[in-house]
Design a protein around this ligand. Structure first.
Ligand SMILES: *Cc1c(COP(=O)(O)O)cnc(C)c1O
Length: 420
């Protein structure tokens, strides 16, 4: 028995606490509450130590006891342990003393934080005997399922809104995945996928595999604490689509505290959204416990979920930790992308622009005090969302291959500088 469940005990309804076997299932039959993995923390506590973690390879699997697979991972061995960058220049610009960037733009293999959740979901799907995997995606998840399924020899179907950025579409097609574009919003894609999952018996990473999948996000928080020298940052800013990542960063901080791997400390996990799709931040700012669904209209397509599955729990985490949230316009998102690129040499996708833009607002309003430690979770690479910045970052100055022309160009610009 133990061999089949590892350090997990059961799945449990977040609402009524009824327990379920560790199968491919995600909602409670009684109240439709979401199911969550329950662990045997006593056993984990006697297995895991800082020294043991540090002796393992630098991937997300170094926190293996706290990830929901029974045996060793079979998909995505190299995922995670992305750099935590001390952002001195951006800190100065925003008026902060201590700022860090958790840089998942360079996650392996598809340049977004989704590789974390997918390697867990696919490893678990294999344990449960699935050979076809699938997802409903706003782009990055499709990329990661397609790539990881290819390398694991699994068949994959990825469902996306038909109007996604070209970079995201090509990044799924190239791996030979079955890419299905749906003429509709993500929420409609998701609804269709719930029906397909029931009928075809595939492992949908974010539908029937969601309890396992979502746990993968905790690894981002585990890494942040270890890379900060086994400490919880006072402020973490996280962009929200379904709101899952935010809730799991919180859970990671709780688990490390409970296991004594970090000192118990107070912290806030702030949520960031795009104004064109801000059901969670709008509810948070109004002091509400529930969000109102919206129809998305934003360049931050990876965050464009109008009916966020974990919105209710994200609001709860922000309330419990005394955190704030905010949202930013398309122009502020582009400004955030440029600010991060120009100060730190990191090119983030639109979601990263959302995180930087909202952090700037929270510092300006005093919700993040200037002298406290701050981590920004930057979740995806900018080369995948070029459509959003084309025409907004200036143009190369063109000349013939002549030294004279180059000197003339410098002279002209010295007299009337080009502001790009
Ligand atoms: C999916 C995604 C998120 C957030 O996802 P949640 O559904 O809130 O967990 C953040 N950034 C990027 C780039 C994403 O693709």
């Amino acid at each position: 028995m133990e061999k089949q469940v590892g350090f997990m005990k059961a799945l449990k309804c977040r609402e009524c606490a009824r327990e379920y076997p560790l199968a491919a299932t995600h909602v409670c039959e009684f109240d439709f509450g979401p199911l969550e993995v329950v662990y045997d923390y006593a056993r984990i506590g006697s297995s895991i130590t800082r020294e043991k973690i540090m002796s393992r390879p630098q991937t997300m699997w170094r926190y293996r006891e706290l990830l929901p697979i029974a045996n060793e991972p079979t998909v995505g061995f190299q995922v995670g342990y992305t750099p935590l960058v001390k952002a001195t220049r951006l800190a100065k610009k925003l008026g902060l003393r201590e700022l860090w960037i958790k840089n998942d733009t360079v996650n392996y293999p598809t340049l977004s934080f989704k590789d974390r959740v997918v390697s867990v979901a696919l490893s678990r799907a294999r344990e449960l005997g699935f050979t076809t995997v699938a997802c409903a995606s706003t782009g990055n998840l499709a990329n990661s399922v397609a790539a990881n399924a290819a390398s694991a020899g699994l068949k994959s179907y990825v469902f996306i809104p038909a109007d996604l950025e070209q970079g995201k579409v090509i990044n799924s097609l190239v791996y030979g995945a079955n890419v299905i574009g749906i003429r509709g919003h993500y929420d409609e894609v998701n609804r269709l996928c719930a029906e397909i999952a029931g009928k075809f018996g595939w492992a949908f990473v974010n539908v029937n595999m969601r309890p396992y999948y979502a746990e993968g996000s905790k690894s981002m928080g585990f890494e942040i604490m270890e890379q900060l020298g086994w400490q919880i940052p006072q402020h973490t800013v996280v962009c929200m689509a379904s709101g899952s990542l935010l809730t799991k960063i919180h859970k990671s901080y709780q688990e490390f505290s409970k296991l004594g791997l970090v000192k118990d400390a107070s912290y806030k996990v702030h949520g960031a959204q795009a104004t064109g799709c801000s059901p969670i931040s709008t509810a948070q700012k109004a002091g509400l416990d529930f969000f109102k669904p919206v129809k998305p209209d934003t360049i931050a397509k990876s965050l464009a979920i109008g009916t966020p599955a974990d919105g209710f729990y994200a609001l709860k985490v922000m309330k419990e930790t005394g955190a704030a949230s905010d949202d930013v316009t398309d122009d502020e998102i582009r400004e955030g992308i440029r600010l991060l690129a120009e100060c730190e040499g990191i090119f983030a996708e639109t979601a990263g622009g959302v995180t930087v833009g909202v952090a700037k607002k929270l510092v300006a309003s005093g919700k993040i005090p200037a002298n406290e430690s701050v981590v920004l979770c930057i979740t995806g690479h900018g080369l995948k969302t070029l459509d959003a910045v084309v025409g907004h970052v200036g143009r190369p100055r063109e000349i013939r291959p002549s030294l004279r022309e180059f000197e003339a160009l410098l002279d002209a610009e010295a007299k009337s500088p080009i502001v790009s």
